[in-house]
Ligand binder design. Structure first.
Ligand SMILES: Nc1ncnc2c1ncn2[C@@H]1O[C@H](COP(=O)(O)OP(=O)(O)OP(=O)(O)O)[C@@H](O)[C@H]1O
Ligand SMILES: O=C(O)C1=C[C@@H](O)[C@@H](O)[C@H](O)C1
Ligand SMILES: [Mg+2]
Length: 167
């Protein structure tokens, strides 16, 4: 039993938004490891970072990913930094991993529109650039399919994912 699709990518790439739409399109259930961590911790991601620290968040995240990969059969969106854990990278081998690619300008615009992201509170543009530059090779190395999202609406990103996964 494993997810039909696992979405990875930086903050603002659309993992949560597109993941939900893709699940609807496939008639499958949607799951997001950030939401799973929040349920286990009983508080929002931002509060976990502030009250318990990033290291604790990463532990909870690695466990949430392990569980979701083992139990979930639909579309699974990972937190943007989940791939930083070696154990998670190993577990992702053999899964249908889709990397949602986004350019810096679009990512900055999109995270500016959305809820609080603890790693991007100070100077979002430069923090995002650093994080995206460091992680790009990791996302690329794990991806079975890569979809550029810059010039595409969420629905169009879903179209590309479905095309990319077609045997
Ligand atoms: N292709 C797109 N075009 C325009 N806006 C988008 C697109 N994808 C996502 N968005 C918008 O960008 C914002 C961030 O998207 P979302 O929360 O899905 O990103 P995420 O990858 O899940 O980020 P995080 O890693 O922080 O969880 C939302 O406001 C969403 O509506
Ligand atoms: O890119 C990241 O490191 C993060 C992305 C979000 O999904 C959350 O998991 C959290 O804000 C950290
Ligand atoms: Mg998300």
């Amino acid at each position: 039993m494993s997810p039909r699709v696992v979405l990875i990518g930086p903050p603002g790439s659309g993992k949560s938004t597109v993941g939900r739409l893709l699940a609807d399109r496939l008639g499958a259930a949607f799951r997001d490891t950030d939401a799973d961590v929040e349920i286990v911790a009983g508080k929002p991601v931002g509060d976990i970072f502030v009250e318990d620290g990033e290291e604790r968040f990463r532990e909870l995240e690695a466990e949430a990913v392990r569980r979701a990969l083992a139990e979930h059969e639909g579309v699974l969106s990972l937190g943007g930094g989940a791939v930083l854990a070696e154990v998670t990278r190993e577990l992702l081998a053999g899964h249908s991993v889709v990397y949602l690619e986004v350019g810096l300008s679009q990512a900055v615009q999109r995270v500016g529109l959305a809820s609080a992201r603890p790693l991007l509170v100070l100077n979002p543009r430069s923090q995002l650039k650093k994080l995206m530059d460091a992680r790009r090779p990791v996302y690329e190395g794990l991806a079975m399919v890569t979809v550029a999202t810059d010039e595409r609406k969420p629905d169009e990103v879903v179209d590309e994912i479905v095309k990319g996964l077609r045997p």
